[in-house]
Write a protein that binds this ligand. Sequence first.
Ligand code: FAD
Length: 331
Amino acid sequence: MKGFDLHEPTTVPQAVGLLDQLGPGGKVLAGGSDIVGGILKDWVTGKGMPLPSALVDITAIPDLKGIKPDSAGITVGAATTLSELIESADVQKMVPLLSDACKTIASPLIRNFGTLGGNINQRPRCWFFRGEDFNCYKKGGDFCYSVTGDNTYHAIIGGELCYIVHPSDTSTALLALNASARVVGPSGERMVAFDSYFHGPREDVLTENVLKPNELLTEVLIPTPAAGTKMAWTKLKDRQVYDFAVVSVAVAFSVDGTGKWADGRIVLGGVAPVPYRAAVVETALKGQDVKTAAKAAAAQIRTVARPMSLNAYKVDIAQNLIERTLLQALG
Ligand SMILES: Cc1cc2nc3c(=O)[nH]c(=O)nc-3n(C[C@H](O)[C@H](O)[C@H](O)COP(=O)(O)OP(=O)(O)OC[C@H]3O[C@@H](n4cnc5c(N)ncnc54)[C@H](O)[C@@H]3O)c2cc1C
């Protein structure tokens, strides 16, 4: 593995100052399951993606840890572990969708040190991006090898230029929960709704989100769901042990007194370069009895799908999983 300098700040301003000083060669280190265990150890690098020469460890910053509920919702520090999210009685009570999603991530060992911020900002798992023989767009190259190569797990929606799928299960759940991220940089802080936190390859193929190299995601704010909000999470994996989503679905919605869709979100993971909000399905459910309309509404996902040569099977899975997750949320 390539050597690197390690910095261990104890405050957010120190961490941001270090990132600013180090420039693009400095990266945030949280649990390290991706930046060290994946990127550095596997030498995931290219012309547009130099390996970091320094890491800024944020796990000794007390302000980045913890789960704080209040009347507006729940605030989760970016360095909170996935296990802490699963175990939190407040998360289980207010937003069980998030703890259910966390339970399906990786293994208990990884969840014990993998953090929420790291999960949201992890790099894609595309085997061409991760493979040292492929100088793909995402590493500064000039080709997407999934177009002519094995695209079994690649994007079926919204892929262009590069066909990665977004790997983070928490991001899929957080978008369904209408959450926002607090981002801190040298010139101050800003709130970014998860609706606009991620971007596709056309906006910038080298990155997956709005964070600049000198910015830190410090916490996630999840608004209190309206009373009676129905939620559910499903994730289909290739194996029974830990694995990334082939397709995942997060739903959070409310119904009126007669069971008709009032408002809500349906978000898919594993299908697009960003966590994908299935607006076509939401529109088809508007004013409809969710139980009876779920099947036809779920089929609307076909209208936006553009599968590649080997992954049309994911469109069938997405359709069926949307229907199943909606019915599961109804109980
Ligand atoms: C075997 C295995 C299976 C996995 N399965 C799944 C799965 O099923 N679903 C899933 O969603 N994930 C899965 N993962 C990914 C894993 O959950 C994430 O790697 C983990 O949550 C990342 O957390 P970390 O703290 O270790 O991140 P790190 O590796 O420390 O960081 C990951 C990235 O995020 C950046 N970063 C971290 N924190 C911040 C922050 N606060 N602000 C800005 N940037 C930040 C780092 O610079 C780095 O680029 C798996 C990983 C492995 C190794």
